[in-house]
Design a protein around this ligand. Structure first.
Ligand code: TYD
Length: 220
């Protein structure tokens, strides 16, 4: 069998992000993925957005609280948190050769602020360019049909954060942008369908990781 797995020098680091609509369960799989990278010889740090730094966690609290925010302010706050996160955590870790597993990154801003809040996508592209952040080596997009997402949420029935209280149309727009990006960037973004049982989700993740994660080659 042909393997797409590449050899990887430890000095370059490896950047993996997890994306998807709320309720797709991506947090559940972050550890699995981190363990896999460790078994391949990487030192791994796990982090998330919004958050990952002191300021980032403060911004997160405000962003997820039920106080309303104007869409542009919301977008800029996500990027303010992201800018700290990239400069203080992600870029230095990659530079030192570590693997970074990050729950949510710039794709979330395209999907939620661009799709969900209907802000122009080129505003997000401008911010992305200003930030100059590294592009993820691999992104797992945990896809979920919005009606299933809502059913799962109702089954838990506790009150969610500001985003979890959004309408089904909001989630349809979020999902549409994710799907579009996955189509536009097939090399980087791999779709994991989470509509079905956890065993099938695991199998899909394993298959993607086995095929696309690099193996570490010693630098000297
Ligand atoms: P979080 O608790 O991380 O949600 P989940 O567990 O579903 O991943 O909350 C993050 C919320 O913020 C989530 O609803 C998506 C939203 N978000 C954006 O709208 N834009 C962004 O750029 C990021 C990073 C997150």
């Amino acid at each position: 069998l042909m393997s797409a797995r590449r050899a990887h020098k430890p000095s370059v680091g490896y950047f993996l992000t997890l994306e998807g609509v709320d309720g797709a369960g991506k947090s559940t799989y972050a550890h699995l993925i981190a363990d896999k990278l460790k078994s391949l010889g990487f030192e791994v740090i796990q982090t998330r957005e919004p958050g990952g730094t002191e300021l980032g966690e403060q911004i997160r609290q405000r962003l997820l609280s039920d106080q309303p925010l104007m869409p542009l302010a919301e977008l800029l706050m996500f990027f303010a948190a992201r800018s700290e996160h990239v400069e203080r955590v992600i870029a230095p870790a990659l530079k030192s050769g570590q693997a970074v597993v990050c729950e949510r990154f710039i794709d979330s801003s395209y999907a939620y602020q661009g799709g969900g809040r209907s802000l122009p996508l080129d505003w997000i592209a401008h911010l992305e360019a200003m930030l100059g952040a590294p592009e993820p080596d691999l992104t797992l997009f945990f896809d979920l049909c919005p009606t299933v997402a809502l059913e799962r949420k109702r089954a838990h029935s506790e009150k969610g954060d500001r985003f979890e209280e959004e309408t089904i149309d909001f989630y349809r727009r979020v999902r549409a942008i994710y799907q579009q990006r996955a189509e536009d960037k097939p090399q980087r973004i791999k779709t994991i369908s989470t509509d079905s049982d956890p065993a099938s989700v695991y199998r899909q993740i394993e298959a993607v990781l086995d095929q696309f994660l690099p193996t570490l080659t010693p630098s000297s």
